[in-house]
Design a protein around this ligand. Structure first.
Ligand SMILES: Cc1cc2nc3c(=O)[nH]c(=O)nc-3n(C[C@H](O)[C@H](O)[C@H](O)COP(=O)(O)OP(=O)(O)OC[C@H]3O[C@@H](n4cnc5c(N)ncnc54)[C@H](O)[C@@H]3O)c2cc1C
Length: 383
């Protein structure tokens, strides 16, 4: 059952306005420079932590904001509009680390980690993908072997956002190599500073260049038995359920980038002087701007619907994938149109549209590619 079109309560509208002000004042300034220098947004993140943006869905008893999935979506859209690199760092932390710890961790793990994560004392990363296990995540081979009161981890993870800057990893590893591939995987909490864990060089990416992406190598990394999240061999279910929420987060990232593109193009057209006249547009420009803005609005509503259904604990697999599919494709179409409307200036280094154009691309790739979203959606009609 769908909830219909969600609207924002006065509380959420207040959170949205506060996030917009914070993003405009603290996150947006310097975003192009950080991107150019591939500089991790440490100071911005510290300020975000102080405002409670590290614990968006974490219950108040653990020090969080308890804003739910819809609240998180509304707030993080403003971060994406300002800087997609800061957005993804926070989206992974909130959706992919705090989320599953809250959903599947035992009380000891929650008490040990959630207050630190929510307050910003600790930043989280999510380690699922491997060199030969991306879209087919169940093929992962990183192993966790029980040895007395410990688990011993060996293997390689790839494309890990915040992989060296984080304080804690949510790691998926194979605990039963003889079981069918999705049924022998477990989830663990791994402190980042631990013997045997090393990292490759940060990836030199097309977009979201101020976020960090690295390969991680586990060589006989020993963690306490109590760091297992939930039940042994249930980790793949946790990973996939977590990604339903994560997909909404990336759809929201696409909405934020696209909204900024619409705002930048509208401002450019209003200010442009052509043939001595300011703000005069052609009908083609009007039509294209209208289409861009309408796609953003439709994408946002898909995100809000999926987030509301997740909050209401309704099945939202289809809706989360639809939101990601449509929002990420629309974002890339909007980025193309923005470059065409603004012209060559938009392609010069340092122009905000140039950064947004590059940042848009990743929204169709991570947390399930466009093709994977289509497979997920189709299966919900065919099962
Ligand atoms: C910048 C960045 C940050 C990331 N951050 C993280 C992170 O923090 N943690 C983490 O665990 N992972 C992370 N990832 C990994 C990301 O989720 C994977 O890259 C993604 O899932 C795709 O997997 P892959 O790279 O192995 O590509 P592949 O799975 O090899 O896909 C290659 C192409 O084949 C297509 N394809 C694959 N299977 C099918 C199929 N069955 N049908 C049709 N087409 C198919 C894909 O759509 C794609 O176009 C990140 C990736 C990037 C680029």
């Amino acid at each position: 059952m769908n909830l219909g079109v969600p609207t924002l309560s006065p509380d959420l509208e207040r959170l949205r306005l506060e996030a917009r002000a914070f993003a405009d004042e603290v996150v947006a300034p310097g975003a192009c420079e950080r991107d150019r220098e591939k500089r991790f947004p440490k100071e911005v993140l510290a300020a975000a932590a102080a405002r409670g943006y590290y614990g968006l869905m974490v219950p108040e008893i653990y020090g969080g904001m308890q804003a739910g999935n819809l609240g998180q979506s509304v707030i993080l859209e403003e971060f994406a509009r300002a800087d997609a690199s800061t957005h993804v760092t926070l989206s992974v932390h909130n959706s992919l680390v705090c989320g599953p710890l809250l959903a599947y961790g035992n009380e000891d793990l929650k008490r040990a980690w959630l207050p630190k994560l929510a307050s910003g004392q600790a930043l989280g990363a999510y380690a699922l993908t491997e060199p030969h296990a991306g879209s087919d995540a169940a093929a992962l081979s990183c192993s966790a072997v029980r040895d007395g009161d410990s688990w011993v981890l060996n293997g390689t993870k790839m494309w890990i956002t915040t992989g060296t800057q984080c304080d804690v990893l949510l790691l998926f590893a194979r605990t039963d190599k003889d079981a069918p591939k999705a049924k022998g995987i477990s989830a663990f909490v791994v402190p980042r500073q631990i013997d045997g864990l090393s990292a490759g060089k940060p990836e030199n990416k097309l977009g979201i260049r101020a976020s960090e992406t690295v390969q991680l190598f586990f060589e006989n990394v020993r963690i306490p038995a109590g760091n297992l999240i939930g039940e042994v061999n249930r980790g793949f279910n946790y990973a996939m359920e977590t990604l339903n929420g994560g997909r909404i987060g990336i759809a929201v990232q696409a909405v934020g980038i696209a909204q900024r593109l619409v705002d930048e193009v509208a401002s450019f057209l209003r200010e442009r002087i052509r043939n001595g006249e300011k703000g005069r547009t052609t009908q083609d420009e009007d039509f294209r701007l209208a289409e861009m803005a309408t796609k953003v609005e439709a994408s946002r509503l898909l995100c809000w619907r999926a987030a509301s259904m997740r909050d209401a604990k309704q099945d939202h697999v289809r809706e989360a994938s639809m939101a990601k599919l449509f929002a990420s494709q629309s974002c890339n179409e909007i980025a193309r149109a923005a470059v065409e409307l603004v012209g060559p200036a938009a392609m010069s280094g340092g122009h905000v549209i140039e950064r947004l154009f590059r940042d848009a691309r990743i929204t169709e790739l991570y947390e399930g590619t466009t093709e994977v979203q289509k497979l997920v959606i189709a299966r919900t009609f065919l099962r």
